[in-house]
Design a protein around this ligand. Structure first.
Ligand SMILES: Nc1ncnc2c1ncn2[C@@H]1O[C@H](COP(=O)(O)OP(=O)(O)OP(=O)(O)O)[C@@H](O)[C@H]1O
Ligand code: NI
Length: 257
């Protein structure tokens, strides 16, 4: 028996998704995910990598019930064995409480008209979170003084850490973070990665989407899923991926030696 339960918390099965995009005067269906299988297990940190536009954020959207309205989906998305459709009303109760999202653009986490602190307090109250805004600041290494500021007064890195704090507010068992270290310098990026690793150690199922290969390879990571053109083309440990000797995979990791 292992100390940590490694149950599957969220699962995507044979998911194919088409979204309707506007091209000048026409609307065209674009296939953004193609036959995707992915599991996110309790107590583990999974990274999702791949070239820009390959569909990583669409996976985050599929796992949190945020695919664009009108998306056509075949296959299945399951959270805790519950199968959910694109517009399932249960997403609104799961999001934040059971599954926390750090969106790729942290500005979408907060409205511009109120301070970060008042919004974090409201999120904590709404989700029944166990930690105060000040405690969450400590966890994400955001100075407490940031709570008095309006979102536009935060630096990109502070906004990202505030978005992580908001995603942690409801103590979710599943965490999906879309490029959470892109605006952070090396040290803060490593700290943020450690925070996700600690969440996994504490039993959360964590999926981190990233381009930040240096931070990814420096920190803990249980497995890496590689995406290309809407599909997952490889999934395994860093060692297993290296052993594939695939040029696409090798190029993604080429920034580090
Ligand atoms: N709202 C939208 N309407 C139309 N097409 C979209 C929309 N959002 C994304 N797409 C398309 O879906 C595909 C996948 O986009 P996605 O944002 O998931 O890529 P990504 O891997 O997250 O890229 P990046 O690393 O740049 O964030 C792209 O071809 C993109 O152009
Ligand atoms: Ni993205």
């Amino acid at each position: 028996m292992t100390a940590i339960d490694r149950e599957v918390r969220a699962r995507i099965e044979r998911l194919t998704a088409d979204i309707t995009a506007r091209r000048r005067w026409d609307r065209v269906d674009v296939r953004v995910l193609h036959d995707v299988d992915l599991e996110v297990r309790a107590g583990s940190l999974t990274a999702l990598v791949g070239e820009s536009g390959c569909g990583k954020s669409m996976i985050a959207a599929a796992l949190t019930g945020l695919l664009p309205p009108g998306s056509q989906m075949t296959g299945a998305v399951l959270v805790d064995d519950m199968e959910l459709t694109v517009d399932d009303p249960r997403w609104s109760t799961l999001r934040g409480r059971r599954i926390g999202l750090v969106p790729q653009s942290p500005s979408t986490s907060f409205t511009p008209v109120r301070t970060v602190g008042s919004q974090l307090d409201e999120v904590i109250r709404r989700l029944g979170g166990s930690r105060s805004a000040v405690e969450l600041c400590r966890v994400v290494r955001l100075p407490e003084s940031a709570l008095q500021l309006y979102p536009h007064e935060l630096s990109g890195g502070m906004a990202q850490r505030a978005a992580v704090a908001a995603a942690l507010a409801g103590d979710p068992a599943i965490l999906v973070a879309d490029e959470p270290t892109s605006a952070l310098d090396g040290e803060l990026a490593a700290d943020t990665w450690e925070l996700f690793a600690a969440a996994a150690d504490a039993g959360a199922a964590v999926l981190v989407i990233t381009h930040d290969i240096e931070t990814l390879t420096g920190g803990r990571c249980d497995s890496i899923a590689v995406m290309r053109a809407g599909a997952i083309v490889a999934h395994g440990t860093r060692e297993a991926l290296s052993a594939l000797r695939d040029t696409y995979v090798a190029d993604l990791f080429a920034t580090v030696t």
